[in-house]
Design a binder for this molecule. Structure first.
Ligand code: NAD
Ligand code: TYD
Length: 349
């Protein structure tokens, strides 16, 4: 039985990756290491938590001794590393946690892998999940390629860039069998409503103002989270050791246009008069250092691994809106308590 460690499996993307792997590979043992921060939610995995090939371990990746012991105990064949502090706005108000988790935590996992694998790397993989934000900000033209020089501008993207560099250094220096992928903005079910799409859906549902940073002209390239999970499966099983793969949807949207679209879908779903939700749009102070445009060129993963997105944005967004409307209990649970404190602080004018 192959033993695969997934870190951050109780978060947004991690829970989709765990669900896919547990269901698709009954002969693998999938171990989910997660600290359960505000963003980690056991409810995200209720449907698979009792499967015999799944195990949850509550642990902090910055706990060096704990991580080493876990690797010794399980002798993992592969690591898919998603655990991270992931929200740009939080990295602006509190950068330190990003440095600890995203850089020091990644280093611990690399060292623990070296410790159990020694120089026996056959059929072993350390797969680090990263973001397109490491490449910086684009103007009107061009796309991020795997060869684009790193130019991170937020504490979040700088911490992810740093961890990418360390992972690559372990490949070149120690021969550790690493793979890296850098993905664009994900959307879908189970995303914590600090991120744009679930925040807007939740605020429309509750008839609260829709906060648009600056003029709403920043552009993001959106990918359905289940397509990202499939890409992760492809890179893990078919990607080349030492290689980087960019993953994206070829699906660029100006924030304000996306928010208009969400308003219109929600008005239709809620039976509102057309245009009602758009009245909630409120332009607020811009994010500090707000990257203008992200856009991925995903040619390499398409040509070498045959991966392409499986749904259109229209299909993915519709199913996403439906999921949040049908799972109001999930939303209620994650938006009580500390979320309110975060929200009031972040959006005070
Ligand atoms: P998320 O914030 O929803 O989930 C992060 C998970 O990591 C949570 O379950 C949390 O409890 C766990 N975690 C945080 N700190 C930890 C620690 N110290 N020890 C153990 N577990 C810890 O994040 P996400 O959106 O699912 O992103 C997952 C990964 O994908 C991250 O590495 C992120 O950089 C990357 N990524 C995200 C996006 C996106 O659009 N969300 C795009 C590209 C790449
Ligand atoms: P976000 O979901 O935080 O992802 P990222 O910053 O990693 O791209 O934000 C997506 C875009 O939406 C980004 O340009 C910032 C903007 N935004 C708002 O305009 N209002 C908001 O309340 C939030 C959370 C984001």
């Amino acid at each position: 039985m192959k033993k695969i460690l997934v870190t951050g499996g109780s978060g947004f993307i991690g829970s989709h990756v765990i669900r896919l792997l547990v269901n698709k590979y009954p002969d693998y043992l999938i171990v989910n290491l997660d600290k359960l921060t505000y963003a980690g939610n056991p409810e995200n995995l209720l449907d698979i938590e009792n499967k015999s090939n799944y195990k949850f371990v509550k642990m902090d990746i910055t706990d060096e001794a704990g991580v080493f012991n876990l690797f010794e105990e399980y002798q993992f064949d592969g690591v898919i590393h998603l655990a991270a502090e992931s929200h740009v706005d939080r990295s602006i108000s509190n950068p330190n946690e990003f440095i600890n988790t995203n850089i020091v935590g990644t280093l611990n996992l690399l060292n623990a892998s070296r410790n159990i694998w020694g120089n026996e790397f056959e059929n072993k993989i350390f797969y680090h999940i990263s973001t397109d934000e490491v490449y910086g900000s684009l103007g009107d033209e061009g796309f991020f390629l795997e060869t684009t020089p790193y130019d991170p501008r937020s504490p979040y993207s700088a911490s992810k860039a740093s961890s990418d560099h360390i992972v690559r250094a372990y490949f070149y220096t120690f021969g550790l069998p690493v793979k890296i992928s850098n993905c664009s903005n994900n959307y879908g079910s189970h995303q914590f409503p600090e991120k744009l799409i679930p925040l807007i859906i939740n605020n429309i549902k509750n008839e609260k103002p829709l906060p648009v940073y600056g003029k709403g002209e920043n552009i993001r390239d959106w990918l359905w989270v289940e397509d990202h999970a499939k890409a992760i499966d492809d890179v893990f099983h078919k990607g080349q050791i030492g290689e980087t793969y960019n993953i994206g949807g070829h699906n660029e949207w100006k924030n304000i246009d996306l928010i208009h679209l969400l308003c219109d879908i929600m008005d239709q779903k809620l039976g509102n008069s057309i245009g009602k939700s758009r009245e909630l749009i409120t332009f607020v102070k811009d994010r500090a250092g707000h990257d203008m445009r992200y856009a991925i060129d995903a040619t390499k993963i398409k040509d070498t691994l045959g991966w392409i997105p499986s749904v259109t944005f229209e299909q993915g967004l519709k199913s996403t809106v439906e999921w949040y409307l049908e799972n109001q209990k999930w939303m209620k649970n994650v938006t009580s308590g500390s979320y309110l404190e975060y929200y009031n602080e972040q959006y005070k004018q």
